[in-house]
Ligand binder design. Structure first.
Ligand SMILES: Cc1ncc(COP(=O)(O)O)c(C=O)c1O
Length: 505
């Protein structure tokens, strides 16, 4: 049994170690010193992390909110009387003003001229993407081109495209960096018939590998006669999207990923030039200027109202402006630089982890330096005999240490399949099991097809991360040295929990 004296001495030793670690880190990444405001915020705005002993490493899943965002929003709610914005009474008009003010603020934030773009409030990025899928005029002769690296909510648009007879083509990724194969992309773009309704969809940043795909693809797609859907959900929490420089037709985002609060609101930015070719498949409350039962017709509202079905999440919308202002107080470039430093340090240290026999302990999927990548690092652990260590057990051990990381396929099956070397045959071997196929079941199937994994561990850092977080994770990771078998028999993970992984982002 350790005495209080011993445990205090141990803690002091660990703190000294961490101080030494920080000194070495700051020497390698000196620009961390320009981000000290975020260390202050960690104490003032995000103190609940340390108060709860939590190491939060899932910013790609969801950002964290600050104290001041909550206070400001609650204060607004406490002091205002606000009605449903679909009316013309004073409380409704007050709410409409707040909603429109937030809409304009959002356009300004992304440097989108109101002459060029409209901003639609949605429930999340997936809601924004679905609006595009439903309304884009896919037809025979047209093409839906998308990258292997995409969230399922972008993959899902292929079902709208196929149903309406458009051709669907995936752009492959190169290994090991998981970047787009530009030669294949050029060929695909050239094969697209101009003058048709063609849409190219890609993520500005991968939620699987952290790769930042080049935004000059937008101009290249335009030059080849394709409209562009940019999924910016994983990009905008740590990078600036400037819509005066790049002009995709559609941009999808989720605000909770940027600043944590509120959940349940996203946006679709639509370039006005493309509006007239969109066709909404239905009308709803709030989307029409006029609708008649006996007249058997309706006239959709112009612009954003035509895309906002029913009552928007109006009381929470003003918190979006507060959240954007919160990011502006520190500056998105400062956030980007801070997470670049932590990501670089994590990559350097993870890559240097070795078993006693010299074998590497981890494989990282995607770029292993900080060039053109964001703060998402996806990996698997391997034993000294080069056998994969089960990521479900690793997650369970991380949970026990208060470390929140993500495991599974992160709703990005295409990037995962390429990263993990899964072939079409491997996938078909699973798919033949029918609709009950779950990730654990699939894992069993592919175990018989070689030392492959379906799924990985994702760690992602963000605005409230500090050195202690990444240091604690590295200590945890180093604990797998010389581990060959993790006792999966003790895992409490069950088949149902995989549904949570599958639904997650
Ligand atoms: C790149 C990317 N696109 C889309 C989404 C979907 O976001 P939401 O679940 O908020 O709709 C996510 C969520 O993680 C994402 O990372």
């Amino acid at each position: 049994m350790t005495t209080t004296f011993e445990s205090t001495a141990q803690q002091r030793y660990e703190l000294d170690q961490m101080d030494d670690g920080y000194t070495a880190f700051a020497a390698s990444y000196p620009s961390i010193n320009q981000t000290r405001l975020l260390d202050e915020w960690r104490q003032t705005q995000y103190s609940r992390l340390d108060a709860n002993g939590q190491v939060y490493l899932d910013y790609t899943g969801g950002g964290l909110y600050s104290e001041s965002q909550l206070v400001e929003h609650m204060q607004m709610l406490r002091t205002s009387v606000l009605g449903n914005p679909h009316s013309a009474n004073p409380t409704s008009l007050a709410m409409t003003d707040l909603v429109e003010d937030t809409r304009n603020y959002m356009l300004q934030y992304f440097n989108a001229s109101p002459d060029e773009y409209i901003a639609v409030f949605t429930a999340n990025a997936s809601g924004a993407l679905k609006l595009v899928g439903e309304a884009y005029p896919f037809d025979p002769g047209g093409h839906y081109v998308l990258t292997f690296d995409n969230h399922n909510s972008v993959n899902g648009i292929r079902e709208f495209a196929r149903t309406r007879g458009a051709q669907v083509t995936y752009v492959p990724l190169t290994k090991p960096e998981l970047r787009l194969d530009r030669t294949k992309l050029d060929d695909i773009f050239k094969s697209v018939a101009t003058g048709q309704n063609n849409l190219f969809a890609f993520p500005a940043q991968s939620n699987f590998s952290g790769v930042k795909h080049p935004l000059d693809l937008i101009d290249q797609a335009h030059d080849n006669g394709l409209d562009v859907l940019l999924d910016a959900a994983a990009f905008v929490p740590t990078s600036h999207l400037d819509l005066s420089v790049v002009k995709p037709e559609f941009v999808a985002i989720s605000f909770y990923k940027m600043f944590g609060y509120p959940t349940g609101i996203g946006a679709l930015l639509i370039r006005k030039a493309v509006l007239q070719k969109l066709k909404r498949p239905w009308f709803a409350g709030g989307t029409v200027n006029f609708a008649s039962v006996q007249g058997n017709g309706y006239y959709l509202s112009p612009n954003e109202a035509a895309f906002e079905d029913g009552t928007i999440n109006y009381l929470n919308i003003p918190a979006i402006k507060t959240g954007l202002q919160h990011l502006e107080k520190v500056g998105i470039d400062t956030i980007g630089e801070r997470v670049r430093c932590f990501t670089g340090w994590l990559l350097d240290n993870l890559l240097s982890l070795r078993h006693s026999n010299g074998k590497p302990m981890v494989r990282i999927y995607g770029p292993t330096d900080t060039k053109m990548r964001g703060a998402t690092v996806t990996l698997n652990f391997y034993g000294p005999d080069e056998r994969l260590l089960d990521y479900r057990r690793i997650e369970e051990l991380a949970n026990a240490e208060g470390i929140s990381l993500r495991t599974g396929c992160f709703c990005n099956p295409g990037a995962g399949e390429i990263a993990e070397g899964l072939t079409a045959e491997d996938m078909m071997a699973g798919m033949i099991h029918g609709p009950d196929l779950s990730l654990p079941h699939f894992l069993q199937v592919i175990q018989h097809r070689g030392n492959k994994s379906a799924g990985a561990i994702r760690i992602s850092v963000g605005l409230a991360t500090n050195f202690a977080d990444v240091y604690r994770f590295m200590n945890f990771a180093a604990g797998f040295r010389d581990q060959n078998n993790l006792n999966i028999g003790e895992v409490t993970f069950d088949i149902q929990s995989c549904r949570v992984i599958r639904d997650g982002s």
